[in-house]
Design a protein around this ligand. Structure first.
Ligand SMILES: Cc1cc2nc3c(=O)[nH]c(=O)nc-3n(C[C@H](O)[C@H](O)[C@H](O)COP(=O)(O)OP(=O)(O)OC[C@H]3O[C@@H](n4cnc5c(N)ncnc54)[C@H](O)[C@@H]3O)c2cc1C
Length: 285
C-alpha cells in the first residue's frame, strides 16, 4: 500500500483554485470513488488531495430562473431529502435512492459522480435526459458545459486539471416528464447493468411528444443519448405500435459490451424492454 497522500483543506474557493493551479491536487469530496483508488491497485494513486467537501460555493439546492441548481457537493441523501427536488425532478430522487446504500448516499456527491465519469454512474443519464448544464470554475473564471458534451470518451471529462465542478443546473421546462429505471443484480450496492432515463414534453390532444430524450448508462464507453430512438418518439404518441418501433430501434442502435456484470445481448434486450415498459406506462395501456 502506497503512503497516504497529503490532503489540503482550503479555506475557500480562491485558495482551492490557487492550490489546483500550483500543483496537481486531486479533488476529494465524499471519497467513495477516490478511496478505492488510494491503494494503487486500480491505476495510479493520487499524489496529493484537495478536500472540496467544505467549500460553501459547492453547496446548496435552489430554484433559480426556471432551473434546479445543485451544488457539486450535494450528497444523494440530501437529494433524497430535498422537497424541492422531489417536487420538480422526482426522477433524480429515484436515481439517488438506487445508488449504493445508506453509507454511500450519505458521503457520495453528485459532483463526484460526474467527475468520476463512469459509464455506470447512475445520475448521469438523468443529467443527459434533462439537458443539464455543468458549471465548472478555476482561477481563470467560470464556464458552463452541457452534460451532452461533458463525457467525450471512456472515463474522460471536459474538466481541465485546474478546474472544479461547482454546480449543476437542471432546466425545468413546462410540461416535461422524466422517467428513470436502473437494472442491477439487486436493490442496493449494485453497479448497474443498464440505466435508462427518458424525458419528453406532452401537449395533449393530437400533438405528439416533443423534446424527447432517451439517455442510457452502462451500455457504452460513456453515458449516451440514443438519438435514433429519440427520432422515432419525437412527434409521436406512446401507442403500442410506437413503443414496439422505439424498442426495436433502441436494440439496433445500442452497441454494448460483454463484461463481468452482464452480456451485450442482455443489456440490449433489457434496455429495449425497459423503454417499452416506460412507454406503456406513459400511454396507460
Ligand atoms: C460500495 C459502493 C457502492 C457504490 N454504488 C454506486 C451506485 O450504485 N451508483 C453509482 O453511480 N455510483 C456508485 N458508487 C460510486 C460513488 O459512490 C459515486 O460515484 C459518488 O457519486 C462519488 O462521489 P464522491 O463525492 O464520493 O466522489 P470522490 O470519491 O470524492 O471523487 C470522485 C472523483 O470525482 C472528483 N471530484 C469530486 N468532486 C469534484 C469536484 N467538485 N470537482 C471536480 N472533481 C471532483 C475526484 O477528484 C475523483 O476523481 C459506489 C461506490 C462504492 C464504494
Amino acid at each position: 500500500m502506497p503512503p497516504e497522500p497529503p490532503i489540503e483543506i482550503p479555506a475557500g474557493l480562491a485558495e482551492a483554485y490557487a492550490l489546483l493551479a500550483a500543483a496537481r491536487h486531486v479533488p476529494i469530496a465524499g471519497g467513495t470513488d477516490l478511496m478505492v483508488r488510494i491503494t494503487g491497485e486500480i491505476g495510479e494513486p493520487p499524489e496529493r488531495l484537495l478536500d472540496v467537501s467544505r467549500i460553501p460555493e459547492l453547496e446548496g439546492i435552489s430554484l433559480e430562473a426556471g432551473a434546479l441548481v445543485l451544488g457539486a457537493r450535494t450528497t444523494y441523501s440530501e437529494i433524497r431529502r430535498s422537497a424541492l427536488i422531489r417536487e420538480h425532478l422526482p426522477a433524480l430522487v429515484e436515481a439517488a435512492a438506487t445508488i449504493g446504500a445508506a453509507q454511500i448516499q450519505n458521503r457520495g456527491t453528485l459532483g463526484g459522480n460526474i467527475a468520476n465519469a463512469s459509464p455506470a454512474g447512475d445520475s448521469l443519464p438523468v443529467l443527459l435526459a434533462t439537458d443539464a448544464e455543468i458549471v465548472v470554475g478555476s482561477a481563470r473564471g467560470e464556464r458552463t458545459v452541457a452534460a451532452a458534451e461533458f463525457f467525450p470518451a471512456y472515463r474522460q471529462t471536459a474538466l481541465a486539471p485546474d478546474e472544479l465542478i461547482l454546480r449543476v443546473r437542471l432546466p425545468l421546462p413546462a410540461g416535461r416528464e422524466v422517467r428513470f429505471r436502473k437494472v442491477g443484480t439487486r436493490r442496493a450496492q449494485a453497479i448497474s447493468k443498464v440505466v435508462v432515463a427518458v424525458s419528453w414534453r406532452g401537449h395533449g390532444g393530437t400533438a405528439g411528444w416533443s423534446d424527447v430524450r432517451v439517455a442510457l448508462g452502462s451500455v457504452a464507453a460513456t453515458p449516451i443519448r440514443a438519438t435514433a430512438t429519440e427520432a422515432v418518439l419525437e412527434g409521436a404518441h406512446p401507442t403500442p405500435e410506437v413503443a414496439d418501433r422505439a424498442a426495436e430501434t433502441l436494440a439496433a442502435e445500442l452497441r454494448p459490451i460483454d463484461d463481468v456484470r452482464s452480456t451485450a445481448e442482455y443489456r440490449r434486450a433489457v434496455a429495449a424492454r425497459v423503454l417499452h415498459r416506460i412507454l406503456r406506462d406513459a400511454g396507460g395501456w
